[in-house]
Design a protein around this ligand. Structure first.
Ligand SMILES: Nc1nc2c(c(=O)[nH]1)N[C@H]1C(S)=C(S)[C@@H](COP(=O)(O)OP(=O)(O)OC[C@H]3O[C@@H](n4cnc5c(=O)[nH]c(N)nc54)[C@H](O)[C@@H]3O)O[C@H]1N2
Ligand SMILES: Nc1nc2c(c(=O)[nH]1)N[C@H]1C(S)=C(S)[C@@H](COP(=O)(O)OP(=O)(O)OC[C@H]3O[C@@H](n4cnc5c(=O)[nH]c(N)nc54)[C@H](O)[C@@H]3O)O[C@H]1N2
Ligand SMILES: [Mo]
Length: 699
């Protein structure tokens, strides 16, 4: 593989893809001189990237050439979890691979068997080569436990599947033509900034911008209206809107009749949610709710962007399902920009089965990644079968990002757990590793990307040679496979072969999206109209072919088949006894300058920053919290410290701690996940990071 890799690297401008977990998946241009990357920029010709990168990825070279980059394999010599010099010693790749293989082989051959080995990965890179092919083949052939990768989007994905059949939504390129924008549980300017220019064009043509968020984020500040909803109550708001729409005959009867099933059942359900009741649940005025419903229904083409904020609560799945039904009620799917967008990834018909080869796996148990703490601290891993004895982490930093952090750390600290971490940096997780293996960054390896906020495929070409002894994940798994004596030909495919396999599904949406074209242009639009209106004529990807307002499948799975409001687990209204001790809801959504826990160690992005917590003046005063004072945020699961920012840009009763800090880079070595729970959402087994009651006290 390295032969093709080096042959294709040369000075000049190299086309790539931003690897990060973000809807925008930008097309990048990396300038290389004397083998060193000197500049990274967004491709001005790409219709969504439009020539700019975000605050973080503009610093990608600083991150890549960071003095702390891991460049050699390391073996632990100090105690688990400690940090600093003398913790690890360098070893050769040969030694590291041999020793890791011997340990994994011993687990595999023990009575516990290969299921005692657990992979742990998420979306440090979203590329299919480095995050969804050779890794999977390796673990399947090993017979390791499977990981349910739920930590971000599974509640909403499941809800979309049950309602519209797939992760499809309005094309951003149609957004300028919409006449109303609702940013619902999303901080667009921080987490999806390349959507913003399209929204501004809609506003220039007269579309008002409404933001529904308990926090007055930088996005809410830029909108025309901010509706500070009580967290976790979005489904109730959507049902209240439906109530008004049906009661006033504002629905699109034609679209309902032709392209939905269950309109009558939904109408009956909506009857149960008059604005006065919804006002009591959501904390918004009844008139505001009715007015929102009327403006939404009277719009010809309203663009609703839901993102992940409203999914991080117990009722997150139902919330996504319910809001998604609004667009069918009003027929907004008919027009450019109209509809509800959560994801566009369902259009990327790459050949996932060939990449991942699920057929190579014996029947094994599955462990939900958001229950890592339980999996590592329970004899049967919480699901039955052997305890987890070996953990292989890549593309993720669970010691910082997983819920119930203290339990996760207790698990990672187990002396009898063998842990390998593939990383760029010595993260909180890497501090618990027995071996740390240095991985390449996006500048140093091949990959191919889908997107979840637009309809363009992107190729990533390596711009520079791997730093030091770094290797791509794909290569590390090939080498580990060889060291373990796994000789299946599936482990022999090189990275370019994997890319060609991804493109080889034969699906018409990939027509013309060829390797050669991607090599030339860097990116290509899927073979879809521009803008793409996925449900203009119905054609939903559900069993009925319609938008399933009533879902047989949900009924058979034991769910309410009709959209409903599922309250949060932890809120003053639903858990009054708990709220008497912990009255505030903590939202730990992304900090503008970080990408989950990535970039936290990049100095220019952390300059002068410290963990912060926004508290409303009405909550601060009775607690004696003053602006700038250190506070402790706690509940029964744990505690962390932050500096209070007393600020009216948050709903009273809600506090905001922008995240996700590395524990080791804070004063108390903690972060917001000390307080979050391992509960699963109503659907999709997703996390409930923001369904989290706490108390805040001055230190
Ligand atoms: N800069 C930056 N960009 C990112 C990321 C990052 O860490 N940093 N992370 C990336 C990833 S992995 C993801 S999943 C996305 C996430 O990005 P978003 O989907 O935007 O999700 P969040 O930031 O989790 O939440 C968005 C907003 O939802 C609000 N919110 C919380 N609870 C509720 C609720 O119950 N109802 C409503 N209406 N709003 C609520 C929060 O206050 C927050 O402002 O962003 C991606 N982009
Ligand atoms: N409290 C709280 N917790 C949250 C969230 C929240 O909003 N609040 N958000 C949740 C969400 S939405 C998500 S998606 C998860 C994200 O959780 P993770 O997917 O774990 O994301 P990151 O924290 O960015 O960690 C990714 C790691 O992968 C590494 N990496 C990147 N590229 C490569 C590569 O090519 N090879 C290897 N080996 N490593 C690589 C990076 O260096 C980084 O340390 O966190 C979740 N946790
Ligand atoms: Mo995410």
């Amino acid at each position: 593989m390295s032969a093709t890799l080096t042959e294709l690297i040369s000075d000049g401008v190299v086309r790539g893809a931003c690897p990060h977990d973000c809807p925008d998946t930008c097309a990048t241009l990396v300038t290389v001189a004397d083998g060193r990357a000197t500049r990274i920029a967004g491709d001005a010709d790409h219709p969504v990237t439009q020539g700019f990168l975000c605050a973080k990825v503009n610093r990608y070279l600083e991150r890549t050439y960071h003095r702390d980059r891991l460049t050699r394999p390391l073996r632990r010599v100090g105690p688990k979890g400690a940090t600093g010099p003398g913790q690890f010693e360098p070893v050769s790749w040969d030694e590291a691979l041999r020793e890791i293989a011997a340990r994994l082989d011993a687990v595999r051959r023990s009575p516990a068997g290969p299921q005692a080995i657990l992979p742990y990965s998420y979306a440090g890179t979203m590329g299919l080569v480095q995050a969804g092919s050779m890794d999977r083949r390796f673990f399947h052939l090993l017979g390791a436990s499977k990981l349910d990768r739920t930590i971000c989007s599974s509640a909403g994905e499941f809800a979309l599947k049950m309602t519209i059949g797939a992760g499809l939504g309005p094309d951003p390129e149609g957004v300028p033509e919409c006449d109303l924008v609702i940013l619902w549980g999303t901080n667009t300017l921080t987490s999806n900034p390349h959507l913003w220019p399209f929204i501004l064009r809609a506003r220039e043509r007269g579309a008002p911008l409404i933001c529904i968020d308990p926090i007055r984020t930088r996005t809410a500040e830029q909108c025309d209206e901010w509706l500070p909803i009580q967290p976790g109550t979005d489904a109730a708001l959507a049902l209240g809107m439906m109530h008004v729409i049906f009661a006033e005959g504002l629905e699109d009867g034609d679209y309902l009749a032709q392209h939905t099933v269950g309109a009558d059942a939904l109408r009956r359900r909506a009857c149960e949610y008059p604005p006065a009741r919804v006002a009591a649940i959501t904390g918004l005025d009844a008139e505001v709710i009715a007015d929102l419903a009327r403006r939404y229904a009277r719009a010809r083409s309203a663009f609703v962007r839901i993102n992940y904020g409203l999914q991080r609560h117990y009722g997150g799945g139902m919330a996504v399902r319910t809001i998604t039904c609004l667009a069918a009620l009003t027929g907004h799917w008919r027009h450019p920009g109209g509809g509800v967008q959560l994801s566009t990834s369902g259009a990327f018909a790459y050949d996932y089965p060939t990449l991942r080869r699920p057929d190579l796996s014996p029947p094994v148990r599955t462990i939900n990644m958001i229950r890592l703490g339980e999996a590592l601290t329970t004899p049967d891993a919480g699901v039955g079968g052997p305890p987890v004895q070996a953990l292989i982490v890549y593309n993720s930093n669970p010691a910082a990002v997983a819920p119930d952090r203290n339990r996760v750390l207790r698990g990672l600290a187990r002396e009898d757990l063998f842990t390998v971490v593939l990383e760029h940096f010595q993260t909180d997780t890497a501090d618990y590793a027995d071996y740390v293996l240095p991985a390449t960054t996006q500048l140093e390896h091949w990959d191919i990307h889908f997107a979840y906020g637009h309809y363009y495929a992107t190729l990533n070409r390596p711009a520079i040679a791997p730093l030091g002894e770094c290797k791509p994940n794909s290569e590390i798994f090939r080498l580990l496979g060889r060291a373990l004596g796994l000789d299946d030909p599936a482990l022999a495919d090189d990275d370019l072969t994997l890319i060609r396999q991804a493109l080889g599904s034969g699906d018409p949406r990939l027509a013309g999206v060829t390797f050669e074209r991607l090599m030339r242009d860097g990116w290509a639009r899927l073979a879809l109209p521009r803008p793409y209106l996925p449900f203009r004529d119905g054609e939903f990807a559900t069993p009925s072919g319609k938008c399933e307002l009533y879902s047989e499948r949900l009924a058979s799975l034991g769910y309410d088949p009709v959209p409903t409001y599922t309250p949060p687990r932890e809120s003053p209204a639903t858990a009054p006894a708990l709220a008497a001790r912990y009255p505030l809801t903590l939202i730990s959504s992304p900090r503008h300058q970080f990408l989950n826990s990535t970039f936290v160690n990049v100095e220019s992005l952390r300059r002068n920053a410290e963990p912060e917590c926004r508290v409303h003046p009405a909550d601060a005063a009775p607690r004696g919290i003053t602006d700038g004072a250190p506070v402790t945020i706690r509940n029964d699961r744990g505690a962390f410290r932050a500096t209070a920012r007393v600020h009216d840009g948050v709903r009273p009763g809600v506090v905001w701690a922008p995240s996700i800090w590395w524990g080791k880079l804070t004063g108390d070595r903690q972060n917001a996940n000390a307080t979050t729970a391992e509960w699963e959402t109503d659907m999709g087994r997703g996390p409930v990071f923001y369904d989290n009651l706490v108390e805040v006290t001055p230190v």
